[in-house]
Design a protein around this ligand. Structure first.
Ligand code: SF4
Ligand code: SF4
Length: 167
């Protein structure tokens, strides 16, 4: 081995290391310190919302989210009363979720939403089964993420004809 090359490499690496000492650390002491999560981050768990004034569940059990889910992990049981649908049971298996957000995007009443909090580590698979109660609690407990059906549907709306023609 060429000794000059080895010494050169040692000095080059030392220079790099010493050059970084005065720089401000970019790491943080997690979990005591936490970075602000980007608004559009998709790593969260899910919530089911209620009307803020009446407390009534927003989900009308239309099953659109169940049908669109590419992982086929949503299961809803419908109950009809008071002239509307309710989710008698709502089940989402978070362990197979690919965080595509399609369920959120398609919801016509902003009922299913993502929460701006990473899913907590768990020890049992069953802890990743989100039931209606868990999701309703999540919606109360955690901050809502940026994405909601009404916002996503507006942002993905096709451009008006005149805009397309002038493009
Ligand atoms: S975000 Fe998860 S639950 Fe929602 S449609 Fe995608 S895979 Fe299904
Ligand atoms: S969460 Fe939304 S899309 Fe899914 S069943 Fe309820 S109302 Fe329909």
């Amino acid at each position: 081995m060429n000794i000059i090359k080895v010494v050169k490499n040692i000095f080059r690496n030392l220079k790099f290391t010493l050059g970084n000492i005065p720089k401000k650390a970019i790491t943080i002491s997690y979990p005591e310190e936490r970075k602000n999560l980007p608004d559009r981050l998709r790593i969260g768990t899910f919530g089911l919302t209620s009307n803020k004034e009446t407390g009534e569940e927003n989900c009308i059990a239309c099953k659109l989210c169940e049908r669109i889910c590419p992982s086929n992990i949503i299961d809803i049981e419908i109950e009809k009363r008071d002239g509307r649908g309710f989710a008698k049971k709502f089940f989402l298996d978070l362990q197979s979720c690919i965080q595509c957000e399609l369920c959120v995007q398609i919801c016509p009443v902003d009922a299913i939403i993502m929460m701006k909090v990473p899913a907590s580590p768990v020890t049992l698979r069953s802890d990743l089964y989100l039931t209606k109660t868990k999701m309703m609690n999540n919606a109360k407990k955690y901050e809502e993420s940026w994405a909601k059906g009404s916002i996503l549907q507006k942002s993905f709306k096709p451009a008006p004809k005149e805009v397309k023609e002038n493009a």
